[in-house]
Structure formats: structure tokens, C-alpha cells
Design a protein around this ligand. Structure first.
Ligand code: ACO
Length: 333
């Protein structure tokens, strides 16, 4: 059952992703901070992550992912009407990273803006784009999750530096034809009482970076991991259950669950609580670590290209991140 407010059904017409070539392994990290390959692998499921080079800005990675998604969808830059970029690592505080991508693509007709919802950003962007297309305001949209988390990582903090990586993923959304799949249901949530669990404390108006505090790691990600973990499992389960119910699905009718790629133990707990067998849960965390807003976008692209599901299959995407924020989507592919 498609959401009642949907005037035009909206489908995902193409996906793309981009990962920097440079690999940083657990063994290399163990030489930098007091950790071990075994601790990282057993506590997180991560084996390695990608690290962007100096020229690989967020917009650079996002533009590559976008071109692949547009090629996959058969959409030209001239036809593109809307670009929404989810990121917590923009090229510049202003203008929006989406504006640089619009320029790179030559998509001069497209309205372009960023949103900030941490790891949940790509599915927030999906819901916004879906509503704008289903209402008739836009015919198509490019949504992108892109992050250069290596630029906001404290490389001396073993509790966070082993977790994050860089990359970008993108999807093209457009009005669906009658014989095509559609985004069936979406869900978003926020709990601003828990902002303290995961944040970059400095660099904004609350704590501008000054000459006096520049060495205090204020511009890097701080996280109370154990607390975040508990909320992540509960919120992702609830969000996924809501879209599954609203879309009229059951655990048996879901071909693939694509969860946020932050920790394999969180992913296993979600699969267990949704009663979806592990072989139907997509994981690429071991290769890329947590790439925040990019993670689910990259996973969607890799899962669809690897044949984890096929046209007509039902899939569920579910994410969680700083804010705290969470979101889910049920999609007929
Ligand atoms: N190597 C070795 N030991 C470590 C490391 C490390 N890299 N990091 C922490 N430890 C130690 C701690 O100091 C602690 O030691 P202690 O018991 O002597 O105090 C011990 O390991 C256990 O620490 P915990 O933090 O309790 O470890 P936990 O099992 O919770 O794993 C982790 C930590 C991986 C961060 C986990 O809590 C997690 O994945 N949390 C959720 C992260 C997440 O989902 N984030 C969401 C989005 S991110 C975004 O929005 C940008």
C-alpha cells in the first residue's frame, strides 16, 4: 500500500557511489593509537576504511557518485530539477556543497541545497525529495550522501578514529510508471534531548574556533559510543517496523534489509529483532567503516548492482545518527 498522500508514485531510477582508492587497515591504525586489529574487528566488524586525498573533497566524491547514478537512471544534467546533499562535512560552511555539485554536473536548471542530519541524512533527503516529486513540484531529484569524515576525525582518539571513513553515494528519484516499483513508506524521527551523545562541538556559533582553542580537537567528532549503541538498536527497530507495517509487508516478504553501516553488532541486533535472516541483510561495513550520510547510499548502490535484490523485490532501508536522528524507508524496487 502506497502512502495515501502520494499523488504521483516515486521510484528510484538509478544509483551510484564513489570510494577513494586509499585504504587504511586496522593494522595500520594499531600502529597509530592504542588499539588492536582484533579489538576493532570484534567490537565493530570493520576491517578497513577509505581515506580521501587532499583533492577528494566531499563535492568531488559526490559528483562522481552522482554521475554514476544519473548514467544508471538515463537522466541528463539538463533534465535534472533538484539536488539534495546530505552531509556533515560540507566543502565550505556556505555555499552548500550541493551548489558545487550542480556546477560540476552542469545541471544549471536544478535547485540545489544541503541538509544536515548526520548518518540519517540520505533517508531524510529521500523523504523530502519523494514529497516534492509526488506533489508535482519537481519531476526528478538527485539525492546524495557524501562525507569526508577523515577531515573531522581526532586521529589520537582510539574510541572514534577506528570507526569512520570517507565516500559518497547517490540516487536518482523520479515519477514512477505504472509498471515500476515505488517508495512505499518513509519514516523520520529526531530526539534533540540527546545532542550530547554525538557531536562536533566546535566550529559553529556555540564555540567558534579561535587561535586559543584551535588545538583542542573541537572540530572533531566526539561520541559516547555505548549510549549511542543502545538508542541506535531501539530507534532503528521501531522505524523499520513502522515502514514495514505501513507498506503492508512482513519479514518474509522483504528481500533485503540495508541498515546503517556503523557496527556489525548493531546490524545483527536489528536483523534479530526484525526476524530477518542475516543472509538478507546487506553489509559492506567491513570495507568502508561508518561513512555517516554516505553509508546507506553506498550500500544501496552496491546491493542493487551485486544482485542482492531484483526488480519487484521489497527492500527496507534503516538508519541512525547524531541528533539523535533516525529514518527508514520501504521500497518496491
Ligand atoms: N581499541 C581498544 N580498546 C578500545 C578502543 C579501541 N579502538 N575504543 C575503546 N576501547 C576501550 C574503552 O576504553 C573501554 O575500556 P574500559 O572498559 O577499560 O573503559 C572498552 O574498550 C569498551 O569501550 P566501549 O565504548 O564500552 O565499547 P563498545 O563495545 O561500546 O564499542 C563502539 C564502542 C564501537 C563505539 C560502539 O559503542 C558503537 O558502535 N556505538 C555506536 C556508534 C554509532 O552507531 N554511531 C552512529 C552514528 S555515527 C554519526 O552519526 C556520525
Amino acid at each position: 500500500m502506497i502512502e495515501l498522500t502520494t499523488a504521483f508514485p516515486v521510484c528510484i531510477a538509478g544509483t551510484g557511489s564513489y570510494l577513494p582508492e586509499k585504504i587504511l587497515t586496522n593494522a595500520e591504525l594499531a600502529l597509530r593509537v592504542d588499539t588492536s586489529e582484533e579489538w576493532i574487528l570484534t567490537r565493530t566488524g570493520i576491517r578497513e576504511r577509505r581515506i580521501a586525498g587532499a583533492d577528494e573533497t566531499t563535492s568531488h566524491m559526490a559528483t562522481h557518485a552522482a554521475r554514476r547514478a544519473m548514467e544508471n537512471a538515463g537522466l541528463t544534467a539538463d533534465e535534472l530539477e533538484l539536488i539534495i546533499v546530505a552531509t556533515i562535512t560540507p566543502d565550505t560552511p556556505t555555499p552548500a556543497t550541493a551548489c558545487y555539485i550542480q556546477q560540476n554536473l552542469g545541471a544549471s536548471r536544478a535547485v540545489a541545497f544541503d541538509i544536515s542530519a548526520a548518518c540519517s541524512g540520505f533517508l531524510y533527503a529521500m523523504k523530502i525529495a519523494k514529497r516534492l516529486i509526488s506533489s508535482g513540484a519537481f519531476k526528478n531529484a538527485l539525492i546524495i550522501g557524501a562525507e569526508k569524515l577523515s577531515s573531522v576525525t581526532n586521529w589520537e582518539d582510539r574510541s572514534t578514529c577506528v570507526l569512520f571513513g570517507d565516500g559518497a553515494g547517490a540516487a536518482v528519484l523520479r515519477v514512477a510508471a505504472a509498471d515500476e516499483g515505488a517508495i512505499l513508506a518513509t519514516e523520520m524521527g529526531t530526539d534533540g534531548n540527546l545532542t550530547h551523545l554525538l557531536k562536533i562541538p566546535g566550529g559553529g556559533t556555540a564555540c567558534p574556533i579561535t587561535a586559543a582553542n584551535v588545538n583542542d580537537h573541537l572540530f572533531t567528532l566526539n561520541m559516547l559510543g555505548r549510549e549511542v549503541f543502545k538508542h541506535a538498536v531501539n530507534r532503528m527497530k521501531e522505524a523499520a517496523e513502522k515502514v514495514i507495517e505501513r507498506a503492508g509487508l512482513t519479514a518474509d516478504s522483504i528481500a533485503c534489509v540495508i541498515p546503517h553501516q556503523a557496527n556489525l553488532r548493531i546490524i545483527d541486533a536489528i536483523a534479530d529483532r526484525l526476524a530477518v535472516p542475516n543472509e538478507r541483510v546487506f553489509v559492506n561495513l567491513h570495507k568502508y567503516g561508518n561513512t555517516s550520510a554516505a553509508a546507506i547510499a553506498i550500500a544501496l548502490d552496491e546491493a542493487s548492482r551485486s544482485g542482492a535484490f531484483k526488480r519487484g523485490d521489497n527492500i527496507v532501508l534503516v538508519v541512525f545518527g547524531a541528533g539523535l536522528t533516525w529514518a527508514a524507508a520501504a521500497i518496491r524496487w
